[in-house]
Design a protein around this ligand. Sequence first.
Ligand code: GLU
Length: 448
Amino acid sequence: MTAPKLRFAPSPTGFLHIGNARTALFNWLTALKTQGRYLLRLDDTDRDRSKPEYERAIVEDLAWLAIAPHEIVRQSDRLELYAAAAEGLKRKGLLYPSYETPEELDRRRKRQLQRGAPPVYDRAALRLTAEDRSRLEAEGRRPHWRFKLTGQVVSWEDGVRGSSHIDTASLSDPVLIREDGQPLYTFTSVVDDAELGITNVIRGEDHVTNTAVQLEIFAGLGAAPPAFAHHNLLTTASGEGLSKRLGHLSLRGLREAGIEPMAVAALAVLTGTSEALQPVGTMEELAEHFSLDKVSRASAKFDEHELEALNGKLLHKTPYALVADRLIAEGVDAGEAFWLAVRGNCGKLTDAAQWWRIIDAPAQPQIDESDRDFMAEAVATLPREPFGEASWREWTSALKERTGRKGRALFMPLRRALTGLDHGPDMAHLLPLIGRGRALKRLQGEVA
Ligand code: GLU
């Protein structure tokens, strides 16, 4: 058995969105689970719409998701291979020149539809004689090249959809090479999958029909096809399809909004399953949750609000080591105890900075006039340093005894004096971070 080899093949014509991440991750997790290799193939044969900045963004966005391709290829570097493969198909009579203009094809389709016939290309070009072709070329027409489908039922065992069949008699012979010589995706993808030894193709179900066509092209090239799996597509919460061009739910946008990459990855992969809202901390853990068998055939709605909720849940259990560098970069060089104290109150990592300010920067204590005496008692009973986990309990027990206060009347004035807020992380954790000196000042109403 050769090791599995998977690929993710985006066109660099826009920023990756959450639906693209789903495809990228299905392949990545499969590679992880099978110790396979992962190829990033940039499908940039559309020269007008492909842009180097999108290409860079794809590489960056994948790295952000912790996808590290073993190999990267660009289709525009491989044109000779496509030309050679096309020559092979021409020699076998499987790739034929056609001269119709888009307008002619359109008229023909409309006539077919009026007659109630399927709008399938009628193969008129196959009936052209050598003289016809010379005449057309003398008129200045350049041919585009169509692949001759067998017109038979193509079957495959789909990794998600099970036993699948498509009758290629219901399809038009696909154009593989445009009249300007540009090879098209349907073809280049097959040449690459064959030449690069791809064993498994996992992609969106918008490619199901392509698979029937591409299986015939593999056969035409005499190449062994990979196994295919087509996953359901994600839609927006309102049910719209996602679009790279419209910039729906782009990975960049989510990153800029402060969403954690593992929250994005987990929801991209698990949306539509019962495990969708579980915080998953690492790619290895996600690989354990992931299986193509769990993927439904219905489209799955991706809800941004769920993403925010999941982001919080994920942060609440994230260990310090995984966020230390980013906290420091945010100016929160506060150590593990701080993170453990505040993570439960962070919906986004950037929220930590706000809690750090309460500890590290002068805070305006909130003290009600009616609590002045209580504050004096609080100052008198504040334990000596060093403060530990138990200091808060010792202090508030002593205060309860001396003042008779309990519950909210006991705790809230202390929180408001020490932090200036009436909500926030557990005071038992905050008190040692605030420290005795600062606490004493704040209890006495000083901005400290
Ligand atoms: N460039 C194609 C796309 O983005 C790749 C499809 C495939 O995986 O073959 O849809």
